[in-house]
Design a protein around this ligand. Structure first.
Ligand SMILES: O=C(O)CCC(=O)C(=O)O
Ligand SMILES: [Fe+2]
Length: 214
């Protein structure tokens, strides 16, 4: 995402405003370095994936910072790391109001498909609006109505099938569509880093230190 290509050039068409897909956001050397940095002993096991949550601060000039220019802390302060083995996924859900409505997701290790669904008035899962193919090293940015009015999930399958220009919302934005010549993606271990701005982080801190309620 160089200054010569504005974020708007990466907007995923056909999905609510706005999701942006930036292929090759990091190099494979950076991908390996990030994977190596993830502490091996901090995983919380869940039924269908593992995760770890970390406070985070990004150094000035980090490319992700500019995305958060309008959020309350003007920077992400939290990074959730999810690991999915082939066959694992995450149920359709929304990320909710604890965060500023902006998520930046870096994909490491393997490509997979993230499904985006309409949110019903009751907050449930509506029709599927589109499929986003997240390649390794890519960045997916979700903000605005796409954050507040849709759900997202990852099917627990070993192979993503039926991939092509008519079935993948970000097909034209992919870095290497030729990597899926038969319309298939055999999943490998995929790790996602999701950066967010947690709104009430200061109050939570005060609560933990025991001074919040006095
Ligand atoms: O792994 C992903 O890309 C999605 C993770 C996610 O939806 C979440 O952590 O809330
Ligand atoms: Fe999520």
């Amino acid at each position: 995402m160089s200054p010569s290509t504005p974020l708007s050039a990466h907007r995923i068409p056909t999905l609510p405003e706005s999701m942006y897909y930036i292929p090759n956001f990091i190099s494979s050397a950076e991908e390996s370095a990030l994977l190596d940095k993830i502490p091996p002993n901090r995983w919380t096991p869940l039924a269908h994936r593992r995760l770890q949550a970390h406070p985070t601060s990004l150094h000035q000039g980090h490319t992700l910072l500019s995305l958060f220019a309008q959020t309350p802390h003007q920077a992400p302060n939290h990074c959730l790391i999810n690991e999915y083995l082939p066959g694992q996924g995450i149920m359709p859900h929304e990320d909710g109001p604890a965060y500023a409505p902006l998520v930046a997701t870096i994909s490491l290790g393997s490509a997979l498909v993230l499904d985006v669904y309409d949110k019903t008035e009751e907050g449930g899962r509506g029709e599927r609006l589109g499929r986003v193919l997240c390649e390794r090293g890519s960045l997916l940015v979700t903000e605005g109505e796409a954050y507040t009015a849709t759900l997202h999930g990852i099917e627990g399958c070993k192979v993503d099938g039926d991939l092509g220009p008519g079935t993948v919302a970000n097909w034209e934005l992919l870095g290497d569509p030729e990597a899926f010549p038969d319309g298939k993606n055999e999943r490998e271990r995929r790790v996602s880093l999701t950066y967010r701005d947690v709104l009430r982080v200061a109050k939570i801190g005060a609560g933990i230190l025991g001074v919040g309620r006095r």
